[in-house]
Ligand binder design. Structure first.
Ligand code: GCO
Length: 472
């Protein structure tokens, strides 16, 4: 397996990212999905409505010191109440697919597995609204809002979670599977395990590396189990999983830096991609994780590798990696001789570098190394700080430029035979950005968090024009 992503060999592409409508029309298939993405806890609010119980994120946010400014998702964008207005906005922008997630604690609010039909009604109505607007629903079943009662029972590190997830998935897909065929099981298993249980930066805020890798294993296993449940309940289902991805580059050709880059790639990408594609856990990482590797039961790896219909790629940036002079304090075990080198150039409000070419690299690499049937870019977007409504306009040229450059990479990948079938901007709305609270704004649509008022940003208008010129 290669560590580095080969640059796409493209002689016809301009070095300048000037993407005209003609480029886009030529670069994307007619049935390409033009989307935008959100997740339940980040936009819905209505934290106690219609029988919803707390998730690990409610508890985490209400724990002092865990999120910037003590921000919570209690109200967020108020999407739960404004769902009709929000679907109208989507229609105005013209997206053809909407990626959202379903809140597990709305559906199974407590022990015993009883289904809360009032919670499912919300999604039922949302799906009907989307279909009436000509927008394909792309629900994700787990985007990090684990019911707190399940965390209290052990959370993702406990094996019982896989059957609890299967019951929840059964409830959702039995209700919506007559109208929804696109299903994403999980969002970003790396974040939901390593960030949440290993580094403590996401809910539930545990710093237990053994639990983190066990959680990662159970997330992958739960995904594999869910694929079977979905296929059983949904005729013609197209099932996938949304993955963290990062383009990884060694800072120099020195063997120590190359080895550090390989380790970082194993940590973020291969530990998850390899088992999903039937390759098991990567041997070099098993060695690095000695003493904290997960307990794996017979049959687990086959279950994890259950064939899927698409791989979702969440892409934000590339990492340039070197071997540091001395061990890195606070690193995840096995990764203390790995260091990310700050890259020059502009950054987003998340302090992330901007590396559009890394998206091309990631798409090419996944295609080459794993041969998935199809790929969808399930998240890609730009965070800004301090955006404002002036008149009825929000000027956000950097976001438009960011999206355009990344779409250019998608078009190039498609032209080189990578089967990319959709692209979703993260995010439709400014929303609750986890531990960063409401400061970074990712939306195509500006949200006034005091009044709830929505204003389509210039980038949203630009995206609308691109879609209109292609989709008609
Ligand atoms: C993630 C999540 C989103 C984030 C977005 C920006 O990738 O972290 O899927 O919920 O909000 O990526 O950080």
């Amino acid at each position: 397996m290669r560590v580095f992503y080969a640059r796409l060999p493209c002689t016809s592409c301009r070095s300048e990212y000037v993407l005209t409508v003609a480029d886009l029309v030529g670069g994307f298939p007619a049935d390409f999905t033009w989307g935008a993405a959100t997740s339940s806890y980040q936009i819905e609010g209505a934290a106690t409505a219609d029988g919803r119980t707390p998730s690990i994120w409610d508890v985490f946010c209400h724990t002092p010191g865990k999120t910037a400014g003590g921000d919570t998702g209690d109200v967020a964008c108020g999407h739960y109440r404004r769902r009709r207005e929000d679907v109208s906005l989507m229609r105005e922008i013209g997206i053809t697919g909407y990626r959202f997630s379903i809140a597990w604690p709305r559906v199974i609010p407590g022990p015993g597995g009883g289904v809360n039909h009032a919670g499912l009604d919300f999604y039922d109505e949302l799906v009907d609204g989307l279909l009436a607007a000509g927008i394909e629903p792309w629900p994700t079943l787990y985007h990090w809002d684990l019911p707190q009662w399940l965390e209290d029972a052990g959370g993702w590190p406990a094996r019982m979670i896989t059957s609890a997830f299967a019951e929840y998935v059964d409830a959702v897909t039995s209700r919506l599977g007559d109208r929804v065929t696109r299903w994403t099981t999980l969002n970003e298993p790396w974040s939901a395990s390593i960030l949440a249980y290993g580094l403590g930066r996401h809910a539930p805020g545990r710093t237990e590396p053994v639990a983190a890798l066990q959680a990662a294993h159970h997330l992958l296993l739960a995904h594999g189990v869910a694929v079977g449940v979905i296929r059983h309940n949904v005729a013609g289902a197209r099932v996938g999983i949304a993955m963290n991805t990062q383009a990884v580059r060694a800072a120099t050709a020195a063997p120590a830096d190359v080895s550090a880059a390989r380790a970082h790639d194993g940590y973020v990408n291969r530990w998850f991609f390899d088992p999903l594609h039937g390759l098991g856990y990567p041997e070099d990482m098993v060695v690095r994780y000695r003493g904290i590797t997960p307990h794996v039961e017979p049959g687990d790896l086959d279950q994890i590798a259950t064939p899927i219909d698409f791989v979702g790629v969440n892409y934000y940036n590339a990492a340039v990696v070197r071997a540091p002079g001395r061990p890195q304090p606070g690193a995840f075990p096995g990764l203390d001789n790995v260091e990310e080198v700050p890259q020059p150039g502009p950054r987003t409000a998340m302090n992330w570098p901007i590396n559009p070419d890394g998206l091309g690299d990631v798409l090419w690499r996944i295609h080459q190394d794993y041969h998935p049937t199809a790929i969808a870019v399930t998240e890609n977007g730009y965070a800004a700080e301090g955006e404002q409504v002036t008149g009825r306009q929000v000027a956000d040229p950097q976001r438009t430029s960011f999206i355009r450059k990344h779409l250019h990479e998608v078009a190039k990948a498609i032209s080189h035979g990578v089967p990319v079938e959709g692209y979703f901007v993260w995010s439709l709305f400014d929303n609750f950005e986890w531990a960063h609270g409401y400061r970074p704004r990712f939306g195509l649509v500006y949200v006034d968090f005091v009044t709830g008022r929505r204003t389509v940003k210039d980038s949203g208008r630009w995206y609308a024009r691109q879609i209109a010129s292609i989709v008609g």
